[in-house]
Write a protein that binds this ligand. Sequence first.
Ligand code: NOJ
Length: 595
Amino acid sequence: MTDVSTLPSLTDAPAVTLAGAPVHTADADPAWWRHAVIYQIYPRSWADANGDGIGDLPGITARLPYLRDLGVDAIWLSPFYTSPQADAGYDVANYRDIDPLFGTLADADTMIARAHELGLKVIVDLVPNHSSDEHEWFQAALAAGPGSPERSRYLFRDGQGEHGELPPNNWDSVFGGPAWTRTTNADGTPGQWYLHLFDPKQPDFDWTHPEVRTEFEDILRFWLDRGVDGFRVDVAHGLVKEDGLPDWAEAQALLGNTDDANPEARTEDGARAPMWDQDGVHEVYEQWRTILTSYNPVGEQHDPQADRILCAEAWVTPQERAVRYVRDTEMHQAFNFDYLQAAWLAPQIREVVESSFAANDSVGAPTTWVLSNHDVVRHASRLGLPVGTRRPNGIGIGDPQPDADLGLQRARAATALMLALPGSSYLYQGEELGLPDSTDMPDHHRQDPSWERSGRTERGRDGCRVPMPWVADAPSLGFGPSDQTWLPQPASYAALAVDQQDGVEGSTLELYRALLTTRRDRALGTGSLTWVEGWPEQVVAFAVTPSDGGERTLVLANLGEHPVALPEGAQPLLSSGPLGPDGTVPTDTTVWARW
Ligand code: NOJ
């Protein structure tokens, strides 16, 4: 954090005004998840206790105090279940056990208990759209053959064409290539096809099957009984497919990565993609909500700090449609991918902030905010690309490289803006260090299935999944006791290691700590938000007023070309980068001030 206590008084203060009514009014509901900051741990890459080069649960447990000190409220862990790791654990073979790579169920219990001791909630990842092809149900389905009850839990179909040699429909998979794979019968002849919206090793369940529903209800209870505080629900918009699986000629996007393919878009005549956002998914979440509520019943005994929650990963547009997942009978939160995808342009940011509040407020849900996760290029790299660049699905050797300094400066400003927004925010491991993506990883290291499935046209997500640097001068930068890491760490990570930033004024780690402490002290997460006007168009400025009517915070992010001054009476609390000698806010800098 920049020391702002010695700044000279401001000159040329502009005349600014609150722009009418708040765009979001203060939230008096005390439930923890309505304003929580949730830190995503990618278990493969956070901390490796046994030195095999892959992170694990004991590694996570040992490092949890770091997160308590960072000041987050909760952790969300990407999958750690038994899995052949064809999609880094999003291909689950056993939903009730831990993959030996990550540890044991006892390690999970220890991790959950330690997190709770430290005051951190624990959210685990639930992957209900598909299992691994190595799941016992899928293996039984293959063995049992066409027409069997075992096959009816997945989406097996006969092929088209004279000999069934063509896929049952024309759907593409999200990772590239067809969404259907043909099976081989016991006698070696070609058999039926099965649907996989992602990799062939991730067969889709048939959610019209009652056993699939009861199985997942039971899985929810299994983890709730172990004490988890909630679930992040993978591909929440994909479970139910349109009856008859009709053809859909539109290209699939890689997790919303391309401009020319948007899986949620309607066609010109208004048709909705038959594999996404079907109305039938909502019944599933209504049922899940009743299960979660049974762990903290509504009524006099209800403890708002003990709520168990569901968060939807649903790449659904428009937002009016997306917030159907967070009606008060369904999930508690949904990721705000519109926010993640907004360009570094003030009008676009204002627009998405407003539309997010309008949509979520209309159903009484907290708005969430996110800039990075394990599926997208880290924002410190994304924001170092020229504004208006298509959001890439991975960056590699030979691709246009981001401007690292610019990216980091903008990333710090973007985070300072985000963490002042009322609602709940998600952070992705390592962003508190300002980590860039690994953008020059040799391609032979790549493990994301989308690299091969796209015919090596999409580099995929490995660049944001590289193991964390903890200690500059240690094997694997302190990730584990050996020098092994499942993906190579870029040279730039050493200088960004935790030990290089801890206690260092102006470091990104200290900025995040200050943002999180100040956010809490000034109750920004539950405040009301009113735009403040009077600066050039490329300035995003708003005031947050706490729900108890306490002191107002002015937040100003300058995305324009010239420095701008703060209004009279504004006293800077922190800033994402150094302020000008006259107290002005330079380009690509965000300031929080008492006002
Ligand atoms: C979304 C997850 O975030 C991503 O990592 C995964 O590949 C797909 N869902 C498929 O499970």
